[in-house]
Ligand binder design. Structure first.
Ligand code: NI
Length: 170
């Protein structure tokens, strides 16, 4: 089931998400829906708070579903190593219509759980590292905007607030 994507301004996106302590049918259904929602968008990553659920769950597919076996589901992800730097244009499904060049690590190693509760280690570079970093930000209540200079961030926030006032932010 495709779930509506929550947009910037919603409280659920501005607070740290709760760690997952039990993997029940609800978490499994949530992950299935997040995967469908991510591919439909289309996007290369999605975090649970973006569908309104404050849990530390993220899905990524740096190929956007173009290639098989690139789909990752990670619960309670933690960044255990980060290396290098990359600068690319980046957007967010919760901030449609806006993008900016954001500095991210070139390589990231994550530790988390899969849907069976088994500990997994994942290494991502380039776009996958960017997605890892971006989705972990969501789980911590942050946006790519928080990586920009005050001036750039302020310009985008003013434009979003204007869209909200006009009733065009949905
Ligand atoms: Ni995002």
């Amino acid at each position: 089931m495709i779930r509506p994507i929550v947009l910037w301004g919603a409280e659920v996106l501005e607070k740290p998400s709760e760690p997952v302590s039990n993997i029940t049918d609800a978490e499994i259904k949530l992950v299935q829906d997040m995967i469908e929602t991510m591919y439909k968008a289309p996007g290369v990553g999605l975090a649970a708070p973006q569908v309104g659920v404050s849990k530390r769950i993220m899905v990524t597919d740096a190929t956007g579903g173009e290639k098989k076996n690139h789909l990752l589901t990670i619960l309670n992800p933690e960044m255990v190593a980060a290396e290098g730097e990359q600068f690319e244009e980046e957007g967010c499904l919760s901030i449609p219509g806006f993008s900016a060049v954001v500095a991210r690590p070139k390589k990231i190693v994550l530790r988390g759980l899969d849907l069976n509760g088994k500990e997994i280690i994942f290494e991502g570079s380039d776009l996958l590292a960017r997605a890892f970093s971006h989705e972990i930000d969501h789980l911590d209540g942050k946006f790519f905007l928080d990586h920009l200079s005050f001036i750039k961030r302020d310009i985008i926030k003013r434009r979003i607030r204007k869209l909200i006032r006009q009733g065009k932010w949905e």
